[in-house]
Design a protein around this ligand. Structure first.
Ligand code: SF4
Ligand code: SF4
Length: 353
C-alpha cells in the first residue's frame, strides 16, 4: 500500500448527517454540484485518499486476467503527462499546469469530484465547505474507502467539459506536442483513457522484443481485443497489416479463435480520405472476413468528457473503410448529441480532405 506520510495528514470527510443523492457535473470551469437531502447543495473537496484514484491506478485495475502471456507495462500513474504529484505535507494532489493537457482523466476518477477541468487545466479544491470538514484526526484509510465507495455509487449526470471548438483546439495542440516528447506517451494515453472509459486495457512494456502486439483489451464477454496505436499519419498504413500479424499470433500461438478477436486501430486522427489505409481495411474485410475498427484519441476524449463510456458490445460500430471513412455516428450514439466541428476538422470523427 502506498503511504504519503499519513501520520502527518489531517483527514477531511463528508458530514455524515448530510445525505448525498446525486452528483451533477457542470462542465468546463464549473465545479461539480453534490445534491444533498433537503435541497442542500455542496461541492467536492479533497479527502486526501491514501491511494488517490486521481493519481495512481490500483493493482486490480491493471490486472490482466484475459491474456496472461502479455508483457504488460506496469506504470501506474493516471496522468499521461505526469502532471500530478501528491503534496507530502497535506496529501492533496498538486497539478503542474505546464504539463496538464486537459484530458480530464483525473477529474473523471476523483470519487468526490474535488477536481474541476478549467480553461487552464485541472484544478483541485481543498477548501472546507458545508459538506466536507476537517476531522482533526489523522487520515483513516478505512473511512476514506467507505466514502469513496459511497460516492462511486452515486448517480452522476452532466459533463466534465462541453467540447467546444476552442477547447478542442487547445487539447489537440497539447496532445500533439507531447506525442513527440515521450516515447510511450501515445500508448500510455490510450491505455489510461480506455481504463477510464471502462475497458480493461494493457499496453506492451517498453523494450519488450518478444511480443509485437501493442495493446490488448477485454472486449465483450470472452472476446479479446487487440490494438495497434499509431499517432503518425505517415505510418498509419502499417497498422492494418500489423493487426493481421497480431491476429495470427493470438490465433496460432495462443489458441484464440479468430472470430473471438476484435482488432482495433487507435490513432490521433483518422487518416485522410485518399490514404491507402481505408482500402486495405476494406480488402482485409472482404478477403479474410476480419473487420478492423478504428477509434481516435479525440473521440475517446469527447466520450470521457461527456461522462460516457465504451462498455458493451460497441466495437463493430467503429468499423470504417473506404466506402464510409467515418466513426461519427458511433461516437454520436454514445455521446448523445451533435459533435463539435473542430473535432471533425482534426479528423477525430471523420476522415478529412
Ligand atoms: S483529488 Fe479526489 S481522488 Fe485525488 S486525493 Fe483528493 S479526493 Fe482523492
Ligand atoms: S487533466 Fe489529464 S493531463 Fe491534466 S492533470 Fe489531469 S490527468 Fe493529467
Amino acid at each position: 500500500m502506498l503511504n504519503y506520510g499519513q501520520s502527518k495528514i489531517e483527514g477531511k470527510l463528508p458530514i455524515p448527517t448530510l445525505t448525498q443523492k446525486l452528483i451533477r457535473l457542470n462542465g468546463l470551469g464549473c465545479p461539480a454540484n453534490i445534491e444533498l437531502s433537503f435541497g442542500i447543495h455542496s461541492t467536492g473537496s479533497c479527502i486526501r485518499c491514501p491511494i488517490p484514484p486521481c493519481y495512481r491506478f490500483m493493482v486490480t485495475e491493471l490486472t490482466n486476467d484475459y491474456f496472461k502471456d502479455f508483457p504488460s507495462d506496469t506504470s501506474i500513474n493516471v496522468c499521461p503527462t505526469d502532471a500530478i504529484e501528491i503534496d507530502p505535507q497535506n496529501g492533496v494532489p498538486a497539478i503542474d499546469l505546464e504539463k496538464c493537457i486537459s484530458c480530464g482523466l483525473c477529474v473523471s476518477r476523483c470519487p468526490v469530484k474535488a477536481i474541476t477541468l478549467t480553461e487552464e487545466g485541472a484544478q483541485v479544491n481543498d477548501s472546507e465547505n458545508k459538506l466536507f470538514k476537517f476531522t482533526g484526526k489523522i487520515v483513516d484509510p478505512t473511512q476514506v474507502n467507505l466514502v469513496t465507495e459511497q460516492f462511486n455509487n452515486l448517480p452522476k449526470i452532466g459533463v466534465i467539459a462541453e467540447c467546444d471548438d476552442q477547447f478542442i483546439i487547445r487539447v489537440y495542440e497539447r496532445i500533439s506536442s507531447k506525442g513527440s516528447q515521450f516515447n510511450q506517451f501515445p500508448n500510455i494515453l490510450t491505455r489510461n483513457l480506455m481504463i477510464a472509459l471502462g475497458v480493461p486495457f494493457q499496453i506492451r512494456r517498453l523494450g519488450d522484443v518478444n511480443m509485437r502486439i501493442e495493446g490488448i483489451f477485454r472486449s465483450t464477454g470472452s472476446r479479446i481485443g487487440v490494438a495497434e496505436i499509431e499517432f503518425s499519419e505517415m505510418s498509419s498504413i502499417d497498422s492494418p497489416r500489423d493487426l493481421l500479424d497480431d491476429c495470427a499470433v493470438l490465433h496460432a500461438r495462443h489458441s484464440v479463435p479468430l472470430e473471438e478477436i476484435d482488432p482495433l486501430i487507435v490513432s490521433l486522427r483518422l487518416p485522410n480520405k485518399r490514404s491507402e489505409y481505408w482500402q486495405v481495411i476494406k480488402d482485409i474485410s472482404n478477403v479474410l472476413g476480419i473487420r478492423i475498427s478504428s477509434i481516435t484519441i479525440g473521440a475517446m476524449l469527447v466520450i470521457l468528457l461527456a461522462n460516457r463510456n465504451l462498455k458493451g458490445n460497441i466495437w463493430s460500430s467503429f468499423y470504417a473503410d473506404i466506402d464510409s471513412p467515418t466513426i461519427e455516428s458511433a461516437v454520436h450514439l454514445i455521446v448523445g448529441k451533435k459533435l463539435c466541428p473542430a473535432g471533425n476538422h482534426f479528423g477525430w470523427f471523420g476522415s478529412i480532405k
